[in-house]
Design a protein around this ligand. Structure first.
Ligand code: BGC
Length: 750
C-alpha cells in the first residue's frame, strides 16, 4: 500500500487526520484505504467491540492482563519488557489492532501520581531501556506502538490543561531521555502527545517538541497521535506536527483543516505530510499473525510476574516458608487479587489466579496446613471488622507463620486523579500490627500501583514482599516466591521514602492555578535523596534475594575522551541459584552545573548458580558522562574526574573506581558582557589575559595583585566592559579583540 496522497482530494486527506470514531481511523474504500484500530494498551489489549469509551463503561474482549509497568520496572530486565510487548502484540493481532497504545514511559516525579502504576521508574535510563524493549517486542508481531505520554505528563491533577514549568536541562536529562532512546533504538510507529502544556504551550501544539526535537533531532519517522481529546486547536496542532487527532469529533476538525487550507492559513504540504504518515500506519495492519493461545499467554504473564516481585525485608530468613507446617493466610487480596490499575489500561482478563489457591497447592506438596481468614475489608472500617480481626488473630496464634495480604484498592489509585497521601488504610495497619503480635512470624505481601508508606508497621513484619500489581497470573508468582520455588530478583525502580514530605517534588506537586513548577530540577527521586543525604526507607535499586552475591574486580578502561568500559565480576556466594542486577552509577562534580550525587548509567541482570562467577562488561558512552548545557544547547561531557560506582542500590555503593576524562572540546564564546571570572576561567583566554595584564604591570604591582586574591574574587562577577575601564590602558581594544577571537576557537570543555 502506498503512502502517496496525490490522488486524494483535500477533503479526503483531511478526513484521514482524525478518528472516524473512538478507536478507528477513517476508511476510504474508493481509494483502497482501510481503517485501522488503535486501542489500549500497555500491558494487554482492551478491545471494545460493542460500545466505546475509555472509562471502562463498556465491555471489552477478554485478553491477557500482563504485569503493568510498575512491576516490569522492578524486573530491571529488558527481556521481560520485550517478551511482554510480544505477548501484547500477538493478542493485538488476534483482536485486529494496528496500534497498541503503550508503553507509558513518563517519569515518576511524585509517588502520588495516580498513574504511576502505568509507568516504569523515577529513572530515565531504566524507563528508556525497558520501553525500547517493549516496543521492539510489540512491533516484531506487526502491531505498532504508541509511546506515551509525550511529554512531561507526570500527574493526573488538572492533566488536560496544567502547564508544566520546566527548564530545558531538566527536560533533556530527566523527562525526555526515555522517549529519545525508544525513538532512536526501537522506531515506534507512533508517539502519543500528552494533554498538558509545557511552559505554556499545549504538547499538541508544541512545534519544538513534536517537530524540531522529535523529528529533526531524534529522527522520528512515524506518526504523532494525540492523547484522547488532547487537541485544543486542530490547525495549530497540525502545523506543530500532530498528525492524527483521536478520537474523531464528527468531522469538525476536518472541516477546520479544509477551511484553513482554502483561506491560506495552512499550507497544503502540512496536510499531505500528516496524511502520508497516517497512511503509513495501515502497513502495520497487513503483517502476518503470530500464533496465539490463551493458555500460553497466561503462562507468559505468570513467568514474567516472577521477576517483578521485590523482597524488601527478610529478617531471620522468615522466607522462604519451607519448614512451616501451619500457615495462616490473612487478607482479602490473597483470595481476590488486585493485579491491575484503573482507567484506560484496564483489561478484561482471560483468567485470574489468586495467591491463596497457589499457596494451598505449594503447602499441600510440603504437607503443610493452610487456613484463610479475610481479616479486614480492603477499604472501610466495616462494622464486621472486629469479628474478622478476631478470627484472623486466632488463626495467626495457631500458626507458625502469618502471611498478610495488604494494599490499596482501585478506588484509592487510578488514572484521572492523584493520591494525597502514601498511607495504607489505617485499619490495615492496625491489622498488620495486631496479627504480628499474635503470630510467631509475620510476612506482609503488598499489592498496589504507587508507593505506599511502610512506616508505622515496618518493624512489626519479619518479611515484606512488594508485589505491586502483577497482572492476572501474579498470585501464582507470589506463592512461588513465598515458598522459595522462585528466588526473588526484583529491585525497586523508585525510592520508598520515610515521609511523603521528603520527596523533592513535595512543595511543587501538583501545582496550583493551572501551573506546576518542576522546581527540583534534575533532582528527581534518588538523585535528590542521595544528593541531599535524606534518609529513606528503601533506596531505588533495593531488592533482596534468598542467596548472596559478591562483587569484585571492578576495572575501568577509558576508551576515548568521554567513553569507558567497565568490567566487574559477580559471584553467587550462597546456596541457591539466583538473579543479580549489576547497577552502575556515575558520580561527578565536573562541569559548570550542579550534578546529582550519582546517576544510574548502566545495568544488567545475570543468572548465577551457587558458587558461580561471571564477569560482565558495561559500556559507557558520551551520554553516560554528559549534562545538558543550556547556553550551548547541547550535551557536554566536561573534563574532570568521574567515580564509577557499583551499587547494591542507589544509596549503598559496593565498590568504586575513579577515572579522569579529557572531555569534550567545545567553544564557549566570550563577550564584553561576560563576567571577568569567565574570562579568567576560560582555558585558552584566561592564561592569555593574565599574561597581557601582568606584562603591563610593574613587578611590584604584579606581586601585590597576586597576593590580593580577595580583590580578584570581588571583581569576578563584573562584566568585562566595566572591568576594562578600571584597568586603564593595560588592555587596549586590539588586545581585547584578539582575546575575543581566541574564545571562538575550540577549547577543552569547561
Ligand atoms: C489516556 C491514554 C489512553 C487513551 C485511550 C487517555 O485518557 O491518557 O493513555 O491511551 O485515553 O484510552
Amino acid at each position: 500500500m502506498s503512502t502517496n496522497t496525490s490522488n486524494l482530494t483535500l477533503e479526503q486527506k483531511a478526513s484521514l487526520l482524525s478518528g472516524e470514531n473512538f478507536w478507528q481511523t477513517k476508511e476510504l474504500p474508493e481509494a483502497g484505504i482501510p481503517a485501522i484500530v488503535l486501542t489500549d494498551g500497555p500491558h494487554g489489549i482492551r478491545r471494545q467491540l460493542a460500545g466505546e469509551d475509555h472509562l471502562g463503561l463498556h465491555h471489552s474482549e477478554p485478553s491477557t492482563c500482563f504485569p503493568p509497568a510498575v512491576a516490569v520496572g522492578s524486573s530491571w530486565n529488558p527481556a521481560v519488557a520485550q517478551r511482554l510487548g510480544a505477548g501484547v502484540g500477538k493478542e493485538g493481532h488476534r483482536l485486529g489492532i494496528s496500534v497498541a497504545l503503550g508503553p507509558g514511559v513518563n517519569i515518576k516525579r511524585s509517588p502520588l501520581c495516580g498513574r504511576n502504576f502505568e509507568y516504569y521508574s523515577e529513572d530515565p535510563l531504566l524507563s528508556g531501556i525497558l520501553g525500547a524493549a517493549h516496543v521492539t517486542g510489540l512491533q516484531a508481531e506487526g502491531v505498532g506502538a504508541s509511546v506515551k505520554h509525550f511529554a512531561a505528563n507526570n500527574q493526573e491533577t488538572d492533566r488536560m490543561r496544567v502547564s508544566v514549568e520546566i527548564d530545558e536541562r531538566t527536560l533533556r536529562e530527566i523527562y525526555l531521555p526515555a522517549f529519545e532512546r525508544i525513538v532512536k533504538e526501537a522506531r515506534p510507529a507512533t508517539v502519543m502527545c500528552s494533554y498538558n502544556k509545557i511552559n505554556g504551550v499545549y504538547a499538541s501544539e508544541n512545534r519544538w517538541l513534536l517537530t524540531e526535537l522529535l523529528r529533526d533531532e531524534w529522527g522520528f519517522d512515524g506518526a504523532v497521535v494525540s492523547d484522547w481529546g488532547a487537541v485544543s486547536n486542530r490547525v495549530a496542532a497540525l502545523k506543530a506536527g500532530l498528525d492524527l487527532e483521536m478520537p474523531g469529533n464528527g468531522g469538525t476538525s476536518n472541516r477546520e483543516i479544509v477551511e484553513a487550507v482554502k483561506n491560506g492559513t495552512l499550507d497544503i504540504d502540512d496536510v499531505d505530510r500528516a496524511a502520508a504518515r497516517v497512511l503509513s500506519l495501515t502497513h502495520n495492519s497487513v503483517a502476518s499473525p503470530g500464533h496465539y493461545d490463551v493458555g500460553d499467554s497466561h503462562a507468559l504473564a505468570h513467568e514474567l510476574a516472577r521477576e517483578c516481585i521485590v523482597l524488601l525485608k527478610n529478617d531471620g530468613q522468615a522466607l522462604p516458608l519451607a519448614g512451616n507446617s501451619r500457615v495462616a493466610v490473612i487478607g482479602h487480596f490473597a483470595a481476590a487479587p488486585r493485579y491491575q490499575g484503573g482507567g484506560s489500561s484496564h483489561i478484561n482478563a482471560t483468567r485470574e489466579e489468586s495467591a491463596l489457591e497457589s499457596i494451598r497447592e505449594h503447602a499441600a506438596r510440603l504437607g503443610a496446613e493452610v487456613t484463610y481468614s479475610p481479616g479486614f475489608t480492603v477499604d472501610d472500617h466495616a462494622p464486621e471488622q472486629a469479628t474478622l480481626m478476631g478470627a484472623a488473630v486466632e488463626a495467626a496464634t495457631a500458626s507458625d507463620v502469618a502471611i498478610i495480604f495488604a494494599g490499596l484498592s482501585e478506588q484509592d489509585e487510578s488514572e484521572g486523579f492523584d493520591r494525597n497521601h502514601l498511607d495504607l488504610p489505617a485499619h490495615q495497619v492496625h491489622a498488620i500490627r495486631t496479627v504480628a503480635q499474635a503470630a510467631p512470624k509475620t510476612v506482609v505481601v503488598l499489592s498496589h500501583g504507587g508507593v505506599v508508606s511502610l512506616e508505622g508497621w515496618h518493624d512489626d513484619a519479619d518479611a515484606i514482599v512488594e508485589g505491586w500489581l502483577l497482572g492476572q497470573a501474579g498470585g501464582a508468582a507470589i506463592a512461588e516466591v513465598l515458598f522459595g520455588a522462585v528466588n526473588p530478583s526484583g529491585h525497586l525502580a523508585e525510592t520508598i521514602p520515610l515521609r511523603l514530605q521528603d520527596n523533592p517534588s513535595w512543595l511543587n506537586f501538583p501545582g496550583e492555578q493551572q501551573h506546576v513548577r518542576y522546581g527540583e530540577g534534575v533532582f528527581v527521586g534518588y538523585r535528590y535523596y542521595t544528593s541531599a543525604d535524606v534518609p529513606v526507607r528503601y533506596h531505588f535499586g533495593h531488592g533482596l534475594s534468598y542467596t548472596t552475591f559478591r562483587t569484585d574486580n571492578l576495572d575501568i578502561e577509558v576508551t576515548g575522551p568521554s567513553s569507558a568500559r567497565a568490567r566487574v565480576t559477580v559471584t553467587n556466594t550462597g546456596n541457591l541459584a539466583g538473579k543479580h542486577v549489576i547497577q552502575l552509577y556515575v558520580a561527578t562534580t565536573a562541569g559548570p552545573v550542579k550534578r546529582p550525587a550519582r546517576e544510574l548509567k548502566a545495568f544488567t541482570k545475570i543468572d548465577l548458580d551457587p558458587g558461580q562467577s561471571k564477569t560482565v562488561e558495561l559500556g559507557l558512552d558520551h551520554r553516560s558522562f554528559a549534562y545538558y548545557d543550556e547556553p550551548l544547547g547541547r550535551w557536554v561531557a566536561a573534563a574532570g574526574d568521574y567515580a564509577i560506582q557499583i551499587g547494591v542500590d542507589a544509596g549503598t555503593i559496593d565498590t568504586q573506581t575513579s577515572i579522569t576524562l579529557v572531555g569534550d572540546t567545545i567553544t564557549r564564546e566570550l563577550s564584553m558582557d561576560s563576567p571577568v571570572g569567565e574570562w579568567f576561567g576560560h582555558p585558552v583566554v584566561g592564561p592569555a589575559l593574565l599574561q597581557g595584564i601582568t606584562a603591563s604591570m610593574s613587578e611590584q604591582q604584579a606581586h601585590a595583585a597576586a597576593a590580593n586574591q580577595d580583590s580578584m574574587r570581588m571583581v569576578e562577577s563584573l562584566p568585562m566592559k566595566q572591568f576594562v575601564g578600571f584597568l586603564g590602558d593595560a588592555l587596549p581594544p586590539e588586545a581585547l579583540d584578539q582575546l575575543l577571537a581566541l574564545s571562538r576557537q575550540p577549547a577543552e570543555a569547561v
